[in-house]
Ligand binder design. Structure first.
Ligand SMILES: N[C@@H](CCC(=O)N[C@@H](CS)C(=O)NCC(=O)O)C(=O)O
Length: 229
């Protein structure tokens, strides 16, 4: 169902490639672009900043929750048909190394080559959350960019941009925008309905999102779309 006035409903997804649940939400919304009357906007932001500003912490920091999360991610990945695998050194790869350089690169892509935003984000998720590969070193980021089809000279240029105030500030601004909507974790999905912004936290709230925007939930792999992997 289209939004009032026949226009598409704007749905924004604030995400960070360090977040496996963001990947699930991202892929499902990419599929639903073909089923729902939505304009999907990708909003790369920094989960570390959201945690710091809200005083929240990654769920795995509570041991029992971390234990549950490992099982939950495996089940969700299978159900959502996303090839997510937990890195062997979860604390080292996810918590200690983090995603700041990767998210700055994605931000540079968003600012200058937005047509590559979706594949570059996906390739970085593939590295950290599927193949247990690094996403912090320049060569890792360039490899992901190459896989996404970004010409090598352009990728080098974007990598150099990641240390500029423009890119750093843009990532900060997008993170602040997510906070303004009330985000405390990721994915943070914001649907704009009749001038009102509705925040949904998690990849498991997309059915509810459908209800609020007047669209039907057809499961994580709706028939009109095919999982990309
Ligand atoms: N139930 C949510 C969980 C999402 C989640 O745990 N996201 C993490 C990042 S990967 C987070 O930001 N957690 C903050 C919190 O749980 O307060 C889902 O299925 O997507």
């Amino acid at each position: 169902m289209a939004a009032a006035g026949g226009s598409k409903t704007l749905v924004e997804i604030f995400y960070d490639v360090v977040s496996p649940y963001s990947w699930l939400g991202f892929e499902v919304l990419c599929r639903y672009r073909h089923n729902w009357s939505i304009e999907l906007r990708f909003r790369p932001a920094f989960l570390g900043g959201i945690m710091k500003e809200t005083g929240n912490q990654p769920p795995a920091m509570v041991p029992k929750r971390g234990e549950y999360m490992m099982k939950d991610i495996k089940r969700m990945a299978k159900y959502y048909q996303v090839p997510l695998q937990i890195p062997k050194d979860f604390v080292g790869s996810v918590i200690r190394k983090g995603s700041l350089s990767a998210m700055r690169f994605i931000t540079a892509v968003d600012m200058t080559q937005p047509q590559f935003l979706e594949p570059v984000s996906r390739e970085l998720w593939m590295r950290i959350w599927s193949r247990d590969e690094d996403i912090t070193q320049p060569e890792s980021i360039l490899a992901a960019a190459g896989e996404a089809g970004l010409p090598s000279a352009l990728a080098q240029k974007l990598l150099a941009m990641t240390s500029t105030p423009e890119v750093k500030n843009r990532l900060k601004e997008t993170t602040e925008e997510a906070l303004k909507y009330g985000a405390f974790g990721m994915p943070a999905v914001v649907a704009h309905v009749n001038g009102e912004a509705h925040l949904f936290f998690g990849s498991d709230r997309l059915e509810l999102l459908g209800k609020v925007i007047g669209e039907k939930w057809l499961g994580p792999v709706p028939a009109a779309s095919k999982p990309r992997m």
